[in-house]
Design a protein around this ligand. Structure first.
Ligand SMILES: O=C(CO)COP(=O)(O)O
Length: 263
């Protein structure tokens, strides 16, 4: 269990960067962040590269003694065997990864992963000592069809965590589908409203102590110019960044959000 809600700034590279590009990117990120460590002392940084890059990211972070965690963007719900194309949580953990995304909206919509699959994947991650980052969020149609914008996310959270025990180290990422890759960021108030409701749902499911210690991230068009206002909200403990995490300049600025004017 995390002792406190250390802010987590996570870059989801999606299907970008081959392993050679990943090496160049992480080396440059290390170089860029080296002299400004005091700006983000108490912030945890993580990247989520494609599977084929993880070994290279491990090597670079070890060689440079770099304080950047990494994780996979998905995992198999199975541990080993005849599952062509699947990647086991065991393989990911053996590469020194700390995290794994589960139920990203692109997996849910493009690959048809429903709540049962997400639940099995959360359990698989935990079996291998990985911290699952369970992604939840509503589509525009779902948001418009209800008076409670948190309804869909709460249902996804409860289903995904159905077998999780109190005290387990997990991360939740609220990513409204209508804000992903669209440039349409949720307002800080909209993001806070759902994240606060998710914390209440966490408390109902796993108890107050776990809910108070669990990090809830916001994702969806996070950029250097909106991250500080999002991070000011009391129930938002970090960001899951897509497009802007592919730019050294933008991602390092997001990591250093505390140094932004007015932050
Ligand atoms: O899906 C996301 C992160 O997982 C968000 O992507 P964008 O930051 O590109 O909107």
């Amino acid at each position: 269990m995390v002792a406190s809600r250390t802010p987590l700034m996570a870059g989801n590279w999606k299907m970008n960067f081959n392993h050679l590009q990943a090496i160049a990117f992480v080396q440059k990120l290390a170089w860029t962040l080296k002299d400004v460590k005091h700006d983000f002392d108490d912030v945890e940084v993580a990247v989520f590269p494609p599977f084929t890059d993880i070994r290279s990211v491990q090597t670079i972070t070890q060689a440079d003694n770099l304080d950047v965690a990494y994780g996979a963007q998905d995992l198999s719900e199975h541990d080993s065997g005849a599952y062509t194309g699947d990647i086991s949580g065991d393989f990911i953990a053996t590469l020194g990864a700390r995290y794994v995304l589960v139920g990203h909206s692109e997996r849910r919509t493009i690959h048809g992963e429903g709540d049962d699959v997400c639940r099995a994947k959360v359990n698989a991650a935990l079996r291998h000592g990985l911290v699952p980052v369970l992604c939840v969020g509503e589509s525009l149609e779902e948001r418009e069809a209800t008076s409670n914008p948190a309804e869909v996310s709460i249902a996804q959270l409860k289903a995904g965590l159905a077998d999780v025990k109190p005290g387990t180290d997990i991360v939740i990422a609220y990513e409204p589908v209508w804000a992903i890759g669209t440039g349409k960021v949720a307002t800080a108030e909209q993001a806070q409203e759902v994240c606060a409701a998710l914390r209440v749902a966490l408390a109902e499911q796993l108890g107050d102590e776990t809910a108070a210690a669990t990090r809830i991230l916001y994702g969806g068009s996070v950029k250097p110019d909106n991250v500080a206002s999002i991070m000011r909200e009391p129930d938002i403990d970090g960001a899951l960044v897509g497009g802007a995490s592919l730019s050294i300049e933008d991602f390092s600025s997001i990591i250093r959000y505390r140094s932004h004017v007015g932050a």
